[in-house]
Design a protein around this ligand. Structure first.
Ligand SMILES: [Zn+2]
Ligand SMILES: [Zn+2]
Length: 386
């Protein structure tokens, strides 16, 4: 192995306890999207103590940050991304406590080892991945304009260098009806809950005609106040997902028709609210993923699966991957049966294996930054593919 890469591995070994403490402290104090103040402080304090220049609260998002190393300048600009939000009730069931720790560890190694190479090294802290679209707001505000390549690792139930992600749109349907005594004067009422239930039924019929990659799933958030009152107001939120933008748009239209049909048949009026932050599908960069894979191999970690299928979620990194070459590496921290967004995964995100894989992720990220800084040819190939 290259002696500089050995130096990266050795350096990260000297800080691995600190990185573990950071990941565990974040795990013990999970914070909801846009509320990640403590997590941001933990990550940025480490970066500042290690000599990086830190700016907090970019683009109107108080829990976002950017750190840069004065030991590097010029191009390429490589951004290591940090996510650090958690989920309601489940805590760090997506393991974002490990993502931030890996990226800051990689940045500290590259900064300290000061390789005298061209390139700019950034850590960009992106809040609210779980539905808040922090990266999308930051993109809109130009935070990624001068970035050439973005990289992050994400804990998973298998190690996989390229995985696809689905586009995602959230829609809320509210049905407005008319209250009446449910036994004495039901014929005077218009049942808004029926509008919601009929929407679910229409979507369930639609499912049969959808492509395999499409996903439509929802919850009822308001369904009435008492069984003896015909509900005059009821609402549901749906997530609609698909693998490519044209089909995604078609599925959204079809789902809206399901709600409109339900309104027509029940006599309700319908209000539709489309969230303006849609997540885009992930655009893989195989050349960049290859570099990362080689570094994982040097660390003795084998990819569990090279299949792109299976376990596809959505992330605001999809939008970023459409703007610039990006990798989002799945790093296995548990067995296949332990899936993200479950209490079992929350436990995996603070397990010895989880911590060990976060440290390996930090090493592989730093080694890949090294590959990008040391070889303009690598950057050329990655950009050509993009
Ligand atoms: Zn998640
Ligand atoms: Zn996640």
């Amino acid at each position: 192995m290259d002696k500089d890469k050995k130096a990266i591995i050795n350096f990260i070994d000297t800080i691995k306890q600190t990185l573990a403490d950071i990941a565990l402290e974040m795990h013990d104090n999970p914070e909801m999207p846009f509320q990640e103040y403590r997590s941001m402080e933990i990550l940025t304090s480490f970066l500042a103590q290690n000599g990086l220049f830190v700016e907090k609260g970019l683009s109107g998002l108080p829990t976002s940050f950017r750190a840069s190393s004065s030991n590097y300048s010029g191009h390429p600009t490589v951004a290591l991304l940090a996510e650090y939000d958690a989920l309601p009730e489940l805590g760090h069931a997506c393991g974002h406590n490990l993502i931030g720790a890996a990226s800051i560890g990689a940045a500290a190694a590259m900064h300290h080892l000061n390789f005298k190479m061209n390139g700019q090294l950034l850590v960009i802290g992106t809040p609210a991945e779980e539905g808040g679209g922090g990266k999308i707001s930051m993109m809109k505000n130009g935070i990624f304009n001068n970035v050439d390549v973005a990289m992050m690792m994400h804990p998973s139930n298998q190690t996989r260098c390229v995985s696809l992600m689905l586009a995602l749109q959230e829609i809320k349907f509210t049905f407005h009806g008319k209250s009446a005594h449910a036994a004495a004067f039901p014929y005077e009422g218009i049942n808004a809950l029926d509008g919601v239930i009929q929407t679910f039924n229409n979507i369930n019929a639609l499912r049969q005609q959808l492509r395999d990659d499409a996903r439509v799933h929802g919850i009822i958030i308001k369904g009435g106040t008492a069984p003896n009152i015909i509900p005059d107001n009821a609402s549901a939120i749906f997530y609609i997902r698909a693998l490519d933008i044209p089909y995604f748009k078609k599925v959204i239209e079809k789902v809206i028709k399901c709600a409109e049909g339900a309104a027509l048949s029940t006599g309700c009026t319908l209000t539709k609210e489309k969230k303006d932050l849609a997540y885009h599908p992930f655009k893989p960069n195989y050349s960049l993923a290859d570099l990362f894979r080689k570094n994982l191999t040097l660390l003795g970690i084998k990819e569990d699966s090279t299949k792109k299928e299976g376990g596809k979620g959505s992330s605001d990194i999809g939008n970023l991957s459409q703007m610039l070459p990006t990798i989002h590496i799945d790093i296995g921290i548990c067995g296949l049966k332990t899936v993200a967004h479950s209490p079992e995964f929350t436990r995996a995100a603070r397990s010895d294996k989880g911590i060990e894989r976060m440290v390996s992720g930090a090493k592989a990220l730093a080694m890949t930054v090294y590959d990008l800084f040391s070889s303009p040819e690598n950057i050329k190939v990655i950009k050509q593919e993009f």
